[in-house]
Design a protein around this ligand. Structure first.
Ligand SMILES: C[S@@+](CC[C@H](N)C(=O)[O-])C[C@H]1O[C@@H](n2cnc3c(N)ncnc32)[C@H](O)[C@@H]1O
Length: 158
């Protein structure tokens, strides 16, 4: 099979699945289009969405300022590419719980890019221990850099 046949096959497959998705659920079509667009970007830019989030933070946030890291992740993910962070709305509920319980030890399962870890870490009292676990090593590496950029390396263990 030559490369033209493969490319034609991929385009035909994507068009067919897009058509079926549109017919069944119009809302899903937007998500589907975003996924296709993201995959194209990942291939052509040789960069994952999570790496683009990290690059945006490094370019726009203030090093050592967790709030500016959170604000910039929220900005990127609301204006450019959706990502599975807890986000600013549920984040406010999370903030409230952390403030009310004022925990000494915390364990988070699922760090992703480190958004919630930064969000929680910035509110912890001195000496509190916070461990966050991420199963995906690529995400864990991004999170480590975001947590370090936010100045929370000593508070948040990945
Ligand atoms: C919804 S995201 C977490 C978002 C993150 N807490 C935030 O708000 O920034 C879920 C994450 O859990 C990770 N995950 C899934 N199963 C896991 C497991 N068994 N142990 C650790 N991480 C896991 C996924 O790879 C994904 O990055």
């Amino acid at each position: 099979m030559d490369s033209c046949t493969i490319i034609f096959g991929i385009i035909a497959f994507l068009t067919a699945t897009l058509y079926i998705t549109y017919k069944r659920n119009r809302g899903m079509t937007k998500i589907y289009m975003q996924e296709i667009w993201q995959t194209i970007k990942n291939v052509f830019l040789c960069q994952s969405k999570e790496q683009r989030v990290l690059a945006f933070v490094q370019k726009n946030a203030v090093r050592g300022d967790p709030q500016s890291v959170i604000d910039n992740i929220d900005k990127y993910c609301s204006q450019r590419e959706w990502a599975m962070n807890v986000g600013d709305q549920k984040g406010l509920i999370l903030d409230k719980i952390v403030k009310e319980t004022n925990p000494s030890v915390l364990l988070e399962l699922g760090t992703y890019c480190g958004y919630s870890a930064v969000r929680i870490g910035r509110l912890l009292k001195p000496g509190a221990r916070f461990y966050t676990l991420e199963i995906n090593p690529t995400f864990a590496a991004i999170a480590k850099q975001i947590i370090e950029f936010a100045g929370l390396k000593d508070k948040v263990r990945t």
